[in-house]
Design a protein around this ligand. Structure first.
Ligand code: C2E
Ligand code: CA
Ligand code: CA
Length: 400
């Protein structure tokens, strides 16, 4: 087993001494050096940056688990956290979400009584994990996003520094590619590829820049799509459009003219709409979306189940596709409630005559769950990350 000098350190907080002891023994077996404590103040006193992992019982007398989570987040420590509790699943889930909000890294959440095999699997995985913390910030450390000025972003849009990557969408019944979603990237001359979360929030405030970028990337997507069409493929392309841009009443005419000019059938063009802000002029948005739909453009409600992407919007606008937010999809194997939400969204989408897409499929297991739930389309790292357009033929020859 592990060399004791390299053992990872674990601190266990459980007021039930017997349980703490058993957990400690399992952990030592998995290569940890385990310490036990039975009260929250003692735990908070002892926890320090040398601990790689902590097991926290949420129900301890005197101080509740939420207090411990908050206090832990205020310390300069970054252990993997395993939450355990006798509380019901939904309470435990809420505690988990809260812990995530407070910036803790939750490795697992377990209901009591705990199965020895479950805790052993988790502890072994943590014990064998590399000591670096890269897995903590999957998205490349979003906490240190670069900050840009409005002028440089506008210049970059004008000089065509924004490019598109494409992520395939798969028909879950046939396993074939049914279309590609275009995702914008800033190809910065000095900094390299920059992801949308670094510039979209600024653009959404500076609507003129966002409008200009949207028009440009729609042109780009239509041009790039023409290249695959030339190879005999009739795949759809979907672009993401912020509702902030859906306020100019001539938007549908402009888009339709572009599509017609490029000789692309309307049915092969789709728009994915995510609502991040409260819509001020909902009537205009409704007017625009309805006209786009009448002309045969596909409309997708993105991130369904979060923020303003709600039942109300689903009812109000003529969407043809529902994309379940990836947070529910990704959690579905280990969180029953997330799976129920996926299932309910799929059934609801179907009742409303829509296609349903599960995004964020990262594993075979999640693919299976979504197939079993009757989902139509899948998308995610399991199949492919967003790719440079040059790689599209490769994907098509693999998944045709
Ligand atoms: P979105 O439309 O929900 O796109 C999905 C995001 O999840 C993409 O991030 C994609 O790279 C990522 N993703 C895809 N599969 C997986 C997976 O299996 N696991 C995980 N963890 N992530 C996955 P990206 O490209 O950074 O885009 C972020 C958001 O920026 C998009 O979310 C979309 O709302 C917005 N966006 C992207 N391009 C445009 C655009 O051209 N215009 C506008 N207005 N918004 C855009
Ligand atoms: Ca999208
Ligand atoms: Ca989404």
């Amino acid at each position: 087993m592990t060399d004791p000098k390299n053992s990872k350190k674990l601190l266990i907080l459980d007021d039930e001494e017997e349980i703490a002891k058993i957990l400690g023994e399992i952990a030592e077996d998995c290569g940890f050096k385990a310490s036990l404590t039975h009260t929250a103040p003692d735990f908070l006193d002892r926890v320090d940056p040398s601990f790689d992992c902590v097991i926290l019982d949420l129900m301890i007398p005197g101080m509740d688990g939420v207090d411990v989570i908050r206090s832990l987040s205020e310390k300069e420590v970054h252990p993997d956290v395993i939450l355990i509790s006798g509380a019901d699943r939904r309470t435990l889930h809420s505690a988990e979400t809260l812990a995530g909000e407070y910036g803790l890294h939750i490795a697992a959440v377990m209901e009591k009584p705990i199965r020895v095999s479950d805790i052993r699997n988790i502890l072994s995985a943590i014990s064998e994990k590399e000591r670096d913390s890269s897995s903590r910030s999957k998205d490349g450390g979003k906490s240190s996003l670069p900050v840009f000025q409005k002028e440089e972003v506008l210049d970059a849009v004008r000089s065509d520094q924004f490019i598109l990557f494409y992520q395939p969408k798969f028909d879950l019944k046939t396993g074939k590619v049914e279309g590609f979603e275009a995702l914008v990237r800033w190809n910065h001359p000095k900094l390299g590829l920059i992801f949308p979360d670094s510039f979209l929030p600024l653009m959404e405030k500076e609507t003129a820049i966002l409008n200009l970028m949207t028009e440009k990337i729609i042109d780009l997507a239509l041009d790039e799509k023409r290249i695959w069409n030339a190879n005999g493929k009739k795949l759809r392309v979907a672009v993401n459009v912020s509702p902030v841009t859906l306020t100019e009443l001539d938007f549908p005419e402009r888009i339709l003219a572009k599509i017609k000019n490029k000789g692309i059938p309307q049915s092969q063009f789709q728009m994915e709409i995510t609502e991040t802000n409260f819509l001020e002029n909902i009537r205009f948005t409704q007017d625009i979306l309805t006209r786009l739909r009448i002309r045969g453009i596909g409309l997708s409600i993105d991130d369904f189940g979060t923020g303003y992407s709600s039942l109300k919007q689903l009812h109000r606008f003529p969407f043809t596709e529902l994309k379940i937010d990836k947070s529910f999809v990704m959690d579905s194997p280990r969180d029953r409630e997330s799976l129920f939400i996926c299932q309910a969204s799929i059934d609801l989408g179907h009742k409303l005559g829509m296609h349903v897409v599960a995004e964020g499929i990262e594993t075979e297991e999640v693919e299976r769950l979504m197939k079993e739930a009757g989902c139509d389309v899948g998308q995610g790292y399991y199949y492919s990350r967003p790719i440079h357009p040059e790689k599209i033929p490769e994907i098509l020859s693999k998944f045709g």
